[in-house]
Every structure is written in structure tokens, then in C-alpha cells.
Design a protein around this ligand. Sequence first.
Ligand SMILES: Cc1cc2nc3c(=O)[nH]c(=O)nc-3n(C[C@H](O)[C@H](O)[C@H](O)COP(=O)(O)O)c2cc1C
Length: 221
Amino acid sequence: MTLLCTLTSLGAAAPGGSLEAADTIALPAPARTGEMSVEEALERRRSVRQYAPEALTLATVAQLAWAAQGVTDPSRGFRTAPSAGATFPLEIDLLLQGVDGIEDGVYRYLPDEHALRRRIAGDLRDAVASDALGQQALREASLVLAISSVTARTAARYGERAERYVHMEAGHVAQNVSLQAVALGLGTVMIGAFQDEVLTQTLQLAAGERALYLVAVGRPR
Ligand SMILES: Cc1cc2nc3c(=O)[nH]c(=O)nc-3n(C[C@H](O)[C@H](O)[C@H](O)COP(=O)(O)O)c2cc1C
């Protein structure tokens, strides 16, 4: 099966028909109902650090990205996770490997478009694991979700208080992802132990962006 036919390239095709590296990939619409209650997901959630070697479907990737930062009120741009003054200081990158129809690489989630934009080609799990004290969960994960902050967005409104707000927001996002993962039969572990500067370089974050939190996701083994 090829999912390429279900993907919509919103970017311009390069001469010869190949796709530009900056192509945007539309994601399948997220499910708004599921088979597991919030209570059951809360009861079942446990940090999982060993995963089966399984590639996720694009639908699962889309669901996890939506849980992190999906837009649930398009008229105001409000999202699945709360944000101080709706300043939305967080950016989400997804490390994807083996997802049908998607080249391995690091992709930025675009909440307003519910789409991905490819940023870096290749499998960066080993590099990210090295940046995080060699944590094996990051090497094994089917997907690693990286939460980064642009504190200036929130500081423009709240000054020094922004620092604490963006950290709170990262927690909201990570918890959303972890409960959504449980509801999909997956497991997560939060990763806060890493070398900030090195990880920022590995993820090729822009000036003003800072890596805050990693979430490793995979099927428990
Ligand atoms: C802010 C934060 C940072 C964490 N960093 C790591 C980490 O770097 N590596 C890891 O294996 N677990 C990490 N964890 C997971 C905790 O070890 C785990 O949540 C705790 O042992 C309780 O287990 P539970 O999640 O199964 O309830 C982190 C958790 C939080 C909240």
C-alpha cells in the first residue's frame, strides 16, 4: 500500500516532478472519539522504555501531533493544550522513521494546517539518544516528539513570568501525548535529561528556540 497517494503536497513540485525538501505534508484528520475513556488512559499510563521495532502509521502520527498541539477552535486558533494568554510558545518536532510514504527525518508540526514540514532528512534517533546521556528508549522509539519553546512569544505579554509558563505548557503537551498514546495502545516516556545546547544543535533549532522536553513513543514490548 502506498500512502503517497493520500498525501497532499502543499509545496511546489521541483522541476522534473520531485518534491522540494520544504514540502508540506497534509496529515489525515484526527479521530475525535476513541475506544478508551480518559479514566482508563489515566489508570494505565506508565513510563515505558522498551518498544517493539514497529513503524507507526501516518494516522497514528497525526493523532499524536494533534494531541500535542492540534487546533480545536479554528476561529481563535486555540489548541488541545492550554496556553498562557494564547501566546502559543511551543513548537513540536517529530522524528519519524519507516512511516509509510514519508521519508525518514525530522518534521515540524504545523497546527493551523494540521500538516508536517520536513526539516532534516535521516534517522536522528541515535544522535538524540547520545545527546540524552545515551538513553536507549530514544534509540528504540517508533517516534520521538521534541517540544521546544520560543519564550519571547510569551515574554512579550508576561515578561519574566513567561519562563515558568512555557515550562508548564510543555507539561500539558507531554501529558496530552502520553494519554493519547495509551489510548492508541502505545507507551511513552518523558525525557528531561539531555544536554541542552547539543540537542538544540542536533535538532537544528532556530535562534530563539530551545529544546525543552522529549517524549519517546512506541509499542510496549
Ligand atoms: C520532567 C520529567 C523528566 C523526566 N525525565 C526522564 C528521563 O530523562 N529519562 C527517563 O527514563 N524517565 C524520565 N522521566 C520519567 C520518570 O522517571 C517517571 O515518570 C517516574 O519514574 C514515574 O514513573 P511513571 O511515569 O511510570 O509513573 C521524567 C519525568 C518527568 C516528569
